[in-house]
Design a binder for this molecule. Structure first.
Ligand code: DAH
Length: 337
């Protein structure tokens, strides 16, 4: 190659400019600093030099060797860093790509309506009470003025459990449980599942009810009407309502409340079965016999109660005609709410 350290450096310098990777740099090291390289060759020529020149020539070669070594190391280190960097970058996600769209869940229409109804009564100062779904016959029937073998039991076809309890057929037993625990005056609601042996397009063996009970001194039918009218307006908007006489064993007098159909404005349609009205709840003044069962003085206290079906209310609100859709878990149906 050359026997001159200066020329050798220039040659190296040229080549290192062309190096493009740590591999090239490594090849340069072998080429210039390897056993068969020009530096070894130069060192070998020392012996043939006259003794007075050996020292300076030897020193020049050693300086070149150190310089080459340092330059090659630096080159390798630079490329190594750049390559590691590039490798990292190649693995980075591309921040300009659109993100993964996560499917959003939402509340079931029955849950939505239940929470909405509860929120309206809570805003009026009612509190939320609870009771068990596996209930004693006493709470579900007897204390509510429905004795055994009384025809009123046929209004609600009951699931009997092996232990003698029943699956509650209504949330009304929560009235009794609440009155056993606290003294009037109070305003309570209860929201929960109830069960009946019943299944068709408007009945499901399990459904949800919201119960309400107000007890105090001088609670009147006017309070009942005012409270429920205010509820209906918040729930269905300002529209005509009406009360029809009805019968429930635990209230006397009893009524059912209708609001004008929200779909046809009273003209008659599929949702209201052409009546122009939607029946939204049952209600009445608490029967004194119920107060006797919980040892409230019927001379001192009066009260009103009401109960409504949450699925039916969801069907009325959303115009759904088959209750089974609400229990079908069909995501295409549920997505609409
Ligand atoms: N428990 C009744 C039912 O399941 C609904 C009901 C009607 C509840 C009138 C009440 C009421 O509290 O006063 O059909």
């Amino acid at each position: 190659m050359t026997d001159n350290p200066e020329t050798l450096w220039h040659q190296f310098d040229e080549e290192r400019r062309r190096a493009a990777s740590s591999k090239d740099a490594e090849a340069l090291r072998i080429k210039y600093l390897g056993k068969k390289g020009p530096l070894s060759a130069l060192l070998k020529t020392l012996g043939s030099l006259p003794p007075d020149q050996r020292k300076t020539a030897g020193e020049a070669i050693n300086r070149l060797k150190a310089r080459l070594e340092q330059a090659v190391e630096q080159l390798i280190a630079e490329f190594a860093e750049r390559e590691a960097d590039a490798a990292l970058r190649a693995d980075l996600p591309d921040p300009t790509l659109p993100g993964t769209v996560l499917p959003m869940g939402s509340l079931h229409p029955v849950t939505q309506i239940g929470l909405e109804v509860a929120a309206i009564f809570l805003s009026m100062g009612f509190f939320l009470a609870e009771g068990p779904e596996a209930e004693d016959e006493y709470y579900n029937f007897e204390a509510l003025n429905v004795p055994k073998h009384h025809p009123a039991r046929d209004m609600q076809d009951t699931f009997y459990l092996e232990n003698g309890q029943v699956l509650r057929t209504q949330t009304s037993p929560v009235q009794i449980r609440t009155m056993e625990m606290i003294k009037p005056p109070f305003k309570m609601i209860a929201l929960g599942k109830v069960y009946r042996r019943d299944s068709d397009i408007t009945h499901s063996p399990m459904f949800s009810q919201m119960e309400g009970l107000v007890v105090g001194e001088n609670v009147s039918m006017a309070d009942l009407k005012g409270t429920l009218a205010a509820f209906a307006e918040k729930m269905f908007g300002r529209r005509p309502t009406r009360f029809r006489p009805s019968f429930f064993p635990f209230t006397e007098p009893s009524a059912e409340m209708d609001v004008q159909c929200i779909f046809c404005e009273g003209k008659g349609c599929k949702v209201c079965k052409n009546s122009g009205w939607m029946e939204i709840l049952g209600c009445g003044m608490v029967n004194p016999r119920v107060f006797e069962a919980v040892e409230y003085d019927p001379e001192k206290y009066t009260g009103f109660a009401f109960g409504m079906g949450i699925e039916r209310m969801a069907m009325q609100r959303f115009g759904i005609d088959d209750i089974r859709l609400l229990f079908g878990s069909d995501i295409r149906f549920l997505r609409q709410f």
